[in-house]
Ligand binder design. Sequence first.
Ligand code: AMP
Ligand code: ZN
Length: 111
Amino acid sequence: MDCLFCKIVSGQIPAKLVHQGDSVIAFDDINPQAPTHVLIIPKKHFENVGELAANDPLALKELFIAAKEIAASRALAGYRTVFNTGAEAGQSVFHAHLHLIGGRALQWPPG
Ligand code: AMP
Ligand code: ZN
């Protein structure tokens, strides 16, 4: 399968890793939207968060615990966690990934 994030998991494509867990890894987003913009992904391939939740709920939980730990390690005053699902919602990589965004004041609602 030709999946960018599977290639990051396997090391075929380099990324700036910031966290590694049993079933997840986290790395810096290549096009950061805030001082902290980390992508936290399951090592196994799932197309989106719905598929991940249905098939590997433990990994889904690990993603959020990783977000909490990364935010704490950077002493973020607050942070946002986002899954985009489907192209209309802005999903461009079809391997489930949790955006962890923080380090600046964030607007609501998002665009
Ligand atoms: P989404 O648009 O929600 O699917 O998010 C995909 C994210 O992956 C975007 O924020 C991109 O900037 C990011 N991205 C794309 N290619 C890479 C890469 N090689 N390394 C790190 N992040 C990437
Ligand atoms: Zn993949």
